[in-house]
Write a protein of this length. Structure first.
Length: 382
């Protein structure tokens, strides 16, 4: 990848875990990298991140059926390019390595035509955890905090330090006892909903659960602008959304056993009619369930225009202030700001949360999209 020289722009490495060691792929063999993480909007769940990496296969090295001793991806007569192979994508700038994506090989698409290529699809740890199952218990047990329950689900799924995986779990809301008998990700989703938080796999492959309060401690990484001012990033596309489609003014918290808590924000109902949202959140305490209902019925009760998507060229980040460390460090749930001067002269600024991100990297280009939402100041103790 000639544009990514590590001097004027970051260098990019694709690495496979080979015999317990991260091993670089020959970077000139990489035709295209595309990966997505997070979610498109704040009202959706974080999805399994995925990467599609296309390799030039004139060498034959990326053919999973190639078991010749000359291939760097053959170990003891078998190709490692099989389901479950771990990959990471890393950018290096000023001798500092910044992980961008970790994943597990799901499938190979091999084109054996005139220009042989192999495209590998990798999914991040959410896909791995989703294969886990929490077995049924004879009686309901384990009334525990959301963080502890999520940790037990990760244990069931094999996302443990013994297997080389890390976790960072927060969430002090106590949940009702459970009989389990469900997919591990389903149970983790209940933890997320009980703390009005989110669960994702970080860029450094850490299973991460954060509560509502997390939004007040996240860094603001980048300032986007159409002015070209110093220390700003020039954006190419800026898609706004008036937010009216995503109004919610009635929340129904379903705690199990026909136990429900309902909250309705009447001023919004007067303006927009009843727009309800049902959430299964087995919270143990009445106060916590009531406060969760209050939060969910008010946080999106009044629509605000926000930036739905920011698109920019990753290679242009260095043009104004050498902002690569901030760009490469940006994580899901971090914050960014956007300044815009309209054609009729209005100066507008949006302060936003990064909900999701997409990177498309080719030999000479790096296109990035951030899906964002407005920073909602409304909060409550659950």
């Amino acid at each position: 990848m000639p544009a990514f020289d590590g001097v004027t722009t970051p260098s990019i490495a694709v690495q496979f875990l080979k015999s317990g060691t991260w091993t670089n792929v020959t970077i000139t063999d990489v035709v295209r990298i595309e990966f997505r993480r997070g979610r498109e909007r704040a009202d959706l769940r974080d999805q399994a991140g995925f990467a599609n990496i296309t390799f030039n296969n004139t060498s034959g090295y990326y053919d999973p059926d190639n078991t010749s001793a000359g291939s760097p991806w053959v170990v003891s007569g078998s190709s490692i390019l099989r389901d479950g192979l771990q990959v990471r994508i890393v950018a290096t700038w000023n001798s500092t390595a910044y992980p961008l994506f970790y994943g597990f090989l799901e499938n190979n698409y091999t084109n054996q035509g005139f220009l042989p290529e192999v495209t590998m699809t990798f999914y991040d740890g959410i896909g791995y955890i989703a294969d886990g199952f929490a077995p049924a218990l004879a009686t309901a047990a384990n009334s525990e905090t959301a963080a502890v329950r999520a940790g037990r689900m990760l244990d069931y799924a094999g996302w443990t330090t013994a297997n080389g995986f890390s976790r960072s779990l927060s969430g002090s809301v106590t949940m009702l006892a459970t009989v389990q008998n469900r997919n591990c990700m389903q149970a983790i989703t209940e933890c997320v909903d009980s703390i009005a938080g989110r669960f994702y796999i970080s860029k450094s492959n850490v299973a991460t659960l954060v509560p509502l309060s997390d939004k007040f401690s996240r860094p603001t990484q980048l300032l986007f602008s159409d002015s070209g001012a110093s220390n700003t990033v020039f954006y190419q596309d800026l898609i706004t959304n008036p937010g009216t489609k995503y109004v919610v003014n009635q929340a129904i918290i379903m705690r199990g056993d026909n136990n429900q808590v309902v909250s309705t924000y009447n001023p919004s109902v007067t303006a927009y009619g009843v727009v309800k949202k049902e959430i299964f959140a087995p919270i143990n305490a009445d106060t916590g369930a009531t406060n969760l209902a209050l939060y969910e019925s008010r946080k999106s009760a009044t629509p605000d225009t926000y930036i739905e998507r920011i698109e920019f060229n990753g290679l242009s980040v260095a043009q104004n202030g050498l902002l690569y460390p901030d760009f490469l460090s940006t994580e899901l749930a971090d914050q960014v700001s956007v300044q815009r001067t309209t054609w009729d002269g209005r100066a507008i600024q949006w302060n936003l949360v990064v909900e999701g991100m997409k990177h498309t990297i080719t030999q000479n280009n790096w296109i990035v999209s951030f899906n964002t939402s407005d920073i909602n100041p409304y909060s409550i103790t659950i």
